[in-house]
Design a protein around this ligand. Structure first.
Ligand code: UDX
Length: 458
């Protein structure tokens, strides 16, 4: 395809779980002939770099913080982040407008809704791209607008609220920032402001697909015309007709995956391995990490666990060594998650239910054990267990600290791996795998939405 005129700028929320789906969408746009510039707000300036296989250049802009400050400082000081980043983004766009190939559109994550105002003020076509599912984003919306019902007696009836298009939800099923500000005001302010200026957006996209959350999508579509373009999982994992899409790692992580992981999986029987990973952000308590390790050990299954360096010291002493010695388990600081989920040896995925992990498991047909921690994860877990029926959610011990016992984790893992319910879940997740592939294949709902979007921009 020839080069489409005018660069497309993409401005993700500066967290890996939000940057990844922007990168994947950038690749689709690049394949359609657009030149894409990905803008990352950071406290650490890097020279722009361009990927070899795609017309995508990554740029950093200053977020108002400095390398000597704690990486989480920006989440505690929303004003400084928003003021500085607004200025840096406006400067960046203004400079780009003077270039030989001035930008025509800005695609932003609604967690940074101020980007919409900046793009509009500078005359761009501005597109909101929701990287979290409607089922979380709309709860924030309904709570802010008061457009939901609360049963009269919350104590006798554990159901808290009924939102349009949703099953009845209890407090435990709501995204964490729905009820409290928490210790990251930037995140809280971001999620509750997503819809504040959305009417000004020229187009609205979401990393989901129509058949996955149809009632919620319908409600959303009646208010704002939306285009669901997901799952933006790399096409090589969805469609064998696109084998050239191999460089899915572009900037996805700062950590190189360990190639020996796949050869270890090769030696394991089909559906014998429990894959455990809690995404790029979640930090379990010491106690919960040890309990999870004991649960996995207790089940006796082979396991592969992605544990970031900062989390590793929380594992019980000797746990990693013993597993290696018995050749029943592997702990790695970063794994090629899509390849792992696509591997025949993997029988279930113990996950925090981050949206990317959820979509990836669904696209690759792997049933789940959900251990949601915060943000959208509890709502995703509710849908995993009760709506899509593709996994189980562990139950906390009821002391209010969110702790889950090893017996409970082991019970869920065993049920998903080999119980009767597990068999049903495997069938259900296979159905969603087919639906996800249909949505993104030529002529599917998401594919059509992308084509319509590209036609607008061309
Ligand atoms: C964050 C939020 O926590 C999540 O709830 C929200 O939906 C998106 O933003 P994160 O916690 O990182 O994301 O989880 P998730 O959305 O699952 O994304 C993790 C990504 O990292 C996935 O694409 C996964 O494939 C990748 N990953 C993680 C690896 O490739 N290897 C690893 O070892 C761990």
């Amino acid at each position: 395809m020839g080069e489409a005129s005018g660069d497309i700028l993409l401005f993700p929320y500066p967290l890996q779980g939000h940057i990844n789906p922007m990168i994947q969408f950038s690749k689709r746009l690049s394949k359609k002939g657009f030149t894409v510039k990905l803008i990352i707000a950071s406290n650490n300036h890097r020279e722009p770099y361009t990927s070899d296989d795609y017309s995508i250049t990554v740029h950093t802009i200053h977020d108002g913080f400095f390398p000597h400050e704690h990486p989480n400082a920006k989440f505690q000081d929303p004003n400084r982040f928003i003021e500085s980043t607004t200025r840096s983004l406006a400067d960046f766009i203004s400079r780009e407008k003077l270039s030989d190939n001035p930008p025509k559109a800005l695609i932003y994550d609604p967690f940074v809704s101020f980007a919409l105002d900046v793009g509009k003020a500078l005359g761009l076509y501005v597109v909101a791209y929701f990287t979290q599912p409607w089922l979380a984003s709309l709860i924030y919306y309904h709570i802010k607008e008061g457009t939901y019902d609360v049963p009269i007696d919350k104590h006798e009836n554990p159901i808290l609220a009924s939102f349009p298009g949703f099953p009845l939800l209890s407090q435990n099923d709501l995204p964490s920032f729905a009820c409290e500000k928490g210790s990251y005001p930037l995140l809280h302010d971001g999620v509750v402001s997503q819809f504040s200026n959305l009417r000004q957006a020229d187009c609205i996209l979401c990393n989901t697909f129509d058949q996955l959350e149809p009632k919620v999508v319908k409600w959303m579509d009646d208010q704002w015309p939306v285009k669901n373009i997901g799952p933006v999982v790399p096409s090589k994992f969805l469609d064998n007709r696109l084998p050239e899409d191999k460089d899915y790692e572009l900037g996805d992580s700062n950590t190189e995956p360990d190639e020996s992981i796949l050869s270890w999986l090769e030696k394991k029987p089909a559906k014998s391995v429990v894959y455990v990973a809690f995404g790029t952000l979640v930090a379990l308590s010491d106690k919960q990490m040890k309990e999870t390790a004991m649960a996995i050990k207790q089940t006796g299954y082979n396991f592969l666990w992605s544990v970031r360096d900062t989390e590793r010291s929380k594992l019980p002493s000797g746990f990693v060594e013993e597993a290696l010695e018995k050749d029943c388990g592997l702990v790695a600081k970063w794994v090629p998650q899509l390849e792992v989920l696509a591997h025949d040896s993997v029988g279930c995925f113990v996950t925090h239910c981050g949206w990317n992990s959820t979509l990836e498991a669904l696209c690759l047909g792997v049933p789940l054990v959900g251990m949601p921690q915060w943000t959208d994860q509890p709502t995703n877990a509710k849908f995993i267990e009760d709506v899509w029926k593709i996994g189980l959610r562990v139950k906390t011990d009821g002391n209010g600290d969110g702790f889950v016992s090893k017996e409970e984790i082991a019970r869920c893992v065993v049920e998903v791996m080999e119980g009767e319910k597990g068999k049903e879940m495997r069938k259900n997740v296979e159905k969603f795998k087919v639906l996800a592939r249909e949505a993104i294949s030529e002529g599917g709902s998401s594919d059509k939405s992308i084509d319509e979007f590209v036609a607008i921009l061309s």
